[in-house]
Design a protein around this ligand. Structure first.
Ligand code: ZN
Length: 372
């Protein structure tokens, strides 16, 4: 994770970079902020900037051997510590590093729930960091820096440290070693010992700003409309994970409506079509237009599937399954007809057509097209 790829927080990033450039690297820092704000990505961006051997003014270079290793989070001087399920004595983070690393590379904004899910049978188990992990931190800090530069100890969610481990960690913080940077990233300082908090420099991370979040959502969900992205951003309170969840539910709702509509139209089930038309009419103008665009997207994806290019189909789960089946019955001629119908409907909605009448007309149109 480079600073450039961390969403928002431009002032904070500039400040952190400035500190490193001026040689002010605190022994221990705690990146503290709410869920989905990016505390871990920021700590990782900072770690990379510290370890990069060819730092630029605004970010790590992205090309030096250190950066190449950090692309995979495998730099030997970056030590990774995180909470684990502590059901057996002597368990440390080390054996789980590959798993944690893979998850972080996939979703650097992860929370403890995602991490729990990733581990088998983890739903009901408690995550913790016990004495053995504190000893692991101590052991890793006693190693010489492999590359002769900084040694970075990243501790994700230090609020999961238990009491015995906390006392050990406190000792580690009391005896700073030169060339070592301890970076913590978490959300709940009230669960931590005040003595630990007093020994780390706090880096306060705010919730994401609405505009930054909207841009991030649109980048992750290219089919989302800007208005929808804004609604998800506002409702999430600046939490990327929550906003993503809302965006996915939004798409799910459109998908179910479109799928049920195609089924009802194909079978000419009029009572069902009427019911769907009523649901459609309640959606509001912007969302109705979004629905037509979503339908166009599904038709396009189905055409790609039918054309033997399933690699280009951006879909998962039941959406993917629908596209596969829809593609099987979609000739180029039918697809063209559907495209025209949906585009015309979109235009009519812009000119304030009655949504219920329009939807019913369209249902007959779909029936004719699909059965032709
Ligand atoms: Zn570099």
């Amino acid at each position: 994770m480079r600073f450039t790829r961390v969403i928002g927080h431009s002032t904070l990033k500039a400040k952190l970079i400035g500190n490193v450039r001026e040689g002010r690297v605190p022994h221990a820092q705690f990146f503290l902020g709410p869920r989905g704000s990016g505390v871990l990505p920021l700590a990782l961006g900072y770690a990379r900037y510290l370890l990069c051997t060819d730092r630029g003014l605004a970010d790590a270079c992205g090309k030096c051997p250190s950066c190449v290793q950090l692309d995979k989070l495998t730099h030997p001087d970056l030590h990774l510590i995180f909470p684990i399920f502590l059901f057996e004595k002597g368990k440390t983070c080390d054996p789980l590093v590959p798993e944690w690393r893979a998850l972080v590379l996939k979703e650097p904004y992860l929370d403890d729930a995602l991490w729990r899910e990733e581990q088998e049978g983890g739903e009901n188990k408690q995550l913790r960091m016990g004495v053995d992990i504190a000893a692991e931190i101590q052991r890793k800090l006693s190693l010489k820096a492999y590359s002769g530069g900084w040694k970075v100890m990243l501790i994700w969610l230090p609020e999961f440290v238990d009491t015995a481990a906390a006392n050990k960690l406190l000792k580690i913080l009391e005896e700073p070693e030169p060339g070592t940077a301890i970076l913590m990233a978490g959300h709940n300082p009230e669960l931590m010992l005040p003595t630990i908090l007093s020994r780390v420099q706090l880096v306060k991370v705010s919730a994401l700003h609405e505009e930054d979040l909207v841009q991030a959502l649109l980048a992750r969900h290219p089919d989302l409309r800007p208005e929808e992205a804004r609604i998800c951003a506002v409702r999430s309170g600046g939490d990327l994970l929550e906003a993503m969840d809302l965006a996915e539910k939004n798409e799910e709702e459109l998908f179910v409506l479109f799928r049920d509509w195609m089924r009802a139209s194909y079978a000419l089930k009029m009572p069902e079509a009427v019911e769907l038309a009523e649901r459609f009419a309640r959606m509001g103008r912007e969302r109705q237009k979004g629905f037509m665009r979503y339908g166009l997207h599904l038709v396009r994806m189905s055409l790609l599937q039918a054309a033997g290019a399933p690699d280009l189909v951006r879909a998962e789960g039941q959406e993917q399954e629908f596209i596969r089946r829809f593609a099987a019955m979609l000739s180029a001629h039918r697809a063209e007809g559907l495209r025209r119908e949906l585009e015309t409907a979109h235009q009519h909605l812009e000119r304030n057509a009655n949504p219920k009448v329009l939807f019913m007309d369209l249902s007959y149109g779909m029936y004719r097209l699909l059965r032709a």
